[in-house]
Write a protein that binds this ligand. Structure first.
Ligand code: CA
Length: 231
């Protein structure tokens, strides 16, 4: 058995009692925690500590949770970090905005720390399953086979360019998550590519033309980027 490296979790919460309680329960479960009591400090620690997961309160001083979430998602280095948002019942409409901006899950206050830890565990399990890397994706009548380098819609092969293929693969790997144009550009085209984010829009449009079922399935999220809806 090798040494297990504890997962790092950043908690951004301005209510000290909640912060301490969440920290206590997560550490009891073997996680390493970092804490911030306002949005700006939270963002700073996201960059310096590279947490594996972020628990982010919606209502924060300095910079609110939505803005923090948005900034995490638009920075290609942090864009894929999972975020669990803490919200109050009265903030339900903001919760929806939060999910649109790329929070992966949310927990409504008041919550039991045990329930939150369970959500954290579930999130890590989900991510580990994804990392095992399936070689085949099914999405409705769409089938993508990475080993054969083949995409079929309704049983019929769809010829895609390498970039279209890469773009579709990344969308299928991350269904339900908002992917910014910058992230897609970096993943599919590479960091040293000189194109603009418009390139992504053009390729998304081509994918939709070639595979009509993606017309409704790929949604554009405000000025951010794209999301392939859960099937
Ligand atoms: Ca708060």
């Amino acid at each position: 058995m090798g040494t297990v490296v504890p997962k790092k979790i950043l908690i951004v919460e301005d209510e000290k009692e909640i912060l301490d309680l969440v920290k206590l329960y997560l550490e009891k479960d073997g996680y390493r925690t970092y804490t911030a009591m306002n949005g700006l400090d939270g963002l700073k620690q996201v960059k310096s500590e590279h947490p594996d997961l972020i628990i982010l309160d919606l209502m924060l001083a300095e910079m609110d949770g939505l803005e923090v979430c948005k900034r995490i998602r638009t920075d290609p280095h942090t864009a894929m970090t999972p975020i669990i948002m803490l919200t109050a019942k009265a903030e339900e409409s903001d919760t929806i905005v939060g999910l649109e901006l790329g929070a992966d899950d949310y927990v409504t206050k008041p919550f039991s720390p045990k329930a939150l830890v369970a959500r954290v565990k579930a999130m890590f399990r989900r991510l580990e399953r994804k990392e095992e890397g399936p070689s085949r994706f099914l999405y409705g009548t769409l089938a993508m086979d990475l080993l054969r380098h083949e995409v079929k819609a309704n049983g019929r092969e769809v010829p895609l360019t390498a970039k279209e293929f890469g773009l579709l693969e990344h969308l299928l790997r991350n269904t339900g998550r908002v992917l910014t144009r910058d992230v897609l550009l970096n993943v599919v085209w590479g960091y040293d590519y000189y194109g603009t984010t418009r390139t992504v829009d053009v390729h998304i449009r081509r994918l939709k033309q070639k595979i009509p079922l993606l017309n409704d399935a790929i949604v554009s999220i405000k000025s951010l980027g794209y999301k392939l809806k859960e099937p």
